[in-house]
Write a protein that binds this ligand. Structure first.
Ligand code: F6P
Length: 554
């Protein structure tokens, strides 16, 4: 067990007893009243003080409801919670996932070849590079059309079957990097146990040209194994049940070396990874295989470079200039001291459309915890509720609440300077909206301003925008494989920082198990030939009964 994560007497006391926590509570009573207008009036140089140019981006924290004292206290809180020591423990391969007794080493997945990172006495970096090479060989074979289907057809369709971390990462990154993808390869992602997902993804596709990448860390996930079985039937049906067709139409990504061959996939076509890679941190492991097929090994390696740049920044930059640490600390500030209930992520790039969904798993599965690392109930809020949509679509849906509602919703705006297409004039308009929104959310519109602009008096109360809605803007130089890696790693380490402050195990997910367990029982009850005896509450029993009736199973 990692001594940095459990056992030190500091860990046994609640975070709320730390001196910096009490000081932040006091500080918050002042800051709750302060407006961004006042903060900017008091310090016209806020942009310089709270802006950081690094990692191929400009991170603008100036429009947050913070001042120099807030940051000092937050970094003191980080020190008192042992953020530095815990970072070192994670990067060093200590078993900081206490409840599962595992190391947490997604950072090893992007470590340069010459690095040494020991887990249980062995250096894991050579194995990481071995798998990357195997992935590159496979991706190149598919991309060069030398990997052939059962009847000798080149592969034109690649379907990733997986869910959660085995789906959201490659799905999000494929959408983000479409301009870098082989446009003649058709990629689909099937995740939902709802058969409609499989049916729609395979609609019109020829099995002879279709390759499935079945991705499951555990190889026990109901959704993935069910969809994989459906896919196997679909392929076998096309080849008169010839089981030898499986070898050329299925590969697997998993840590389960026994389950994969049992399913019928040749172990030679299995790409492994390790229990020290959490599902939601696994995009840059073999779980990214479908992405690598789409964008090619070089671009994939470039993406890993972006991840690694942030790892180095996170490890070495002072906390007050450390972008992911600040993202995490400011998030804690709103969550625990200013009473925010959620956080919006608003990417102004169509390519980043799936980022909010990806970050939902990263944040909410990691930090939605009710006990500390040592198992004591927390007496403060943990976990951010993450939501969002790409701009400008969201502006015509939920921004009204951000501008005039009653809730505090800190927002991350993500924007890109370099246009990707020839439609550069649209890109300028897109970004005009980013800057307009963050300005409007911060400063709003006062009664006086409305009056001066000639608004009818009776409309003024309805038109006032109170402002003071905090935003962080991440302005990327461009969106490419490297900057995508950078962006994702920023959020990974943001989540880590939050988890350290909240003293939770950010790397387990026991809560997900309950639903799986209950669904197993109910699946049997739904399909039983005769009405089963059930042991549920009245509401659940009634729902099951009605469903059975609807399906003609009375
Ligand atoms: O949702 C629970 C979970 O275990 C996630 O953490 C994981 O990403 C997902 O299920 C899929 O798991 P697997 O890759 O083992 O199929």
């Amino acid at each position: 067990m990692s001594e940095h994560f459990a056992g030190s007497c500091n860990e046994q006391q609640s975070r709320t007893n730390l001196p910096a926590w009490s000081q932040l509570e006091q500080h918050a009573t002042k800051m709750r009243e302060a407006t961004l207008r006042e903060l900017f009036d008091a310090d016209p140089d806020r942009a310089a003080a709270f802006g950081i140019q690094d990692l191929g981006m400009y991170a603008d924290f100036a429009k947050n409801r913070i001042n120099a004292e807030t940051l000092t206290l937050l970094t003191e809180l980080a020190d008192q919670c042992g953020l530095r020591e815990k970072m070192a423990a994670m990067f060093g391969g200590e078993k900081i996932n206490i409840s599962e007794d595992r190391a947490v080493l997604h950072t090893a997945l992007r470590a340069p070849r010459e690095t040494t990172i020991n887990v249980d006495g062995g250096n894991v970096v050579p194995e990481v590079h071995e798998v990357l090479e195997k992935m590159a060989g496979f991706a190149t074979a598919v991309r060069s059309r030398t990997w052939r289907g059962h009847t000798g057809e080149p592969i034109r369709n690649v379907i990733n079957i997986g869910i959660g971390g085995s789906d959201l990462g490659p799905r999000m990154a494929y959408q983000a990097l479409r301009p870098f993808a082989d446009r003649n390869l058709h990629l689909e992602f099937v995740s939902n146990i709802d058969g409609a997902d499989f049916v729609e993804a395979t609609q019109g596709l020829d099995p002879a040209e279709t390759l499935f990448i079945v991705s499951s860390k555990s190889w026990r996930t109901l959704e993935t194994l069910t969809n994989a079985a459906t896919a196997r039937e679909w392929v076998l049906a096309a080849f008169d049940g010839d089981a030898s067709s499986i070898a050329s139409h299925f590969v697997a990504v998993s840590t389960n070396t026994e389950g994969v061959p049992e399913f019928g996939i040749d172990p030679a076509n299995m790409f492994g990874f390790w229990d020290w890679v959490g599902g939601r941190y696994s995009l840059d492991s073999a779980v990214g295989l479908s992405l690598m097929v789409a964008i090619g090994p070089e671009n994939f390696i470039e993406m890993l470079g972006g991840f690694h740049d942030v790892d180095e920044h996170f490890r070495t930059a002072p906390l007050e200039r450390n972008i992911p640490a600040l993202m995490g600390l400011i998030s804690v500030w709103y969550n625990n001291f200013l009473g925010a209930e959620s956080q919006a992520v608003l990417p102004y790039s169509h390519y980043l459309a799936h980022l909010p969904a990806y970050l939902q798993q990263l944040e909410m599965e990691s930090n939605g915890k009710h006990v500390t690392v040592s198992g004591a109930p927390v007496d403060y809020q943990t976990g951010q509720i993450i939501w969002g949509q790409p701009g400008t679509n969201g502006q015509h849906a939920f921004y009204q609440l951000l501008h005039q509602g009653t809730k505090l919703v800190p927002c991350d705006f993500i924007a890109v300077v370099e246009p990707f297409s020839d439609l550069a004039h649209q890109h300028d308009l897109l970004n005009a909206n980013v800057f307009a929104q963050t300005e409007g959310l911060a400063f709003g519109r006062t009664e006086q301003e409305l009056r001066d602009a000639g608004s009818p008096e009776e409309q003024i109360p309805h038109r006032v925008c109170k402002g003071n809605q905090p935003t962080t803007t991440l302005l990327l130089d461009r969106l490419d494989p490297r900057s995508l890696g950078t962006l994702i790693a920023l959020y990974e380490h943001k989540v880590f920082t939050e988890g350290v402050i909240w003293d939770v195990d950010s790397f387990d997910q026991w809560g997900v198990e309950l639903g799986k367990l209950l669904a197993d029982t109910i699946a049997e009850e739904l399909t039983a030939d005769s009405v089963p005896s059930m042991d549920h509450d009245g509401s659940t029993t009634e729902l099951i009964r009605r469903y059975r009736t609807g399906r003609g199973r009375e």
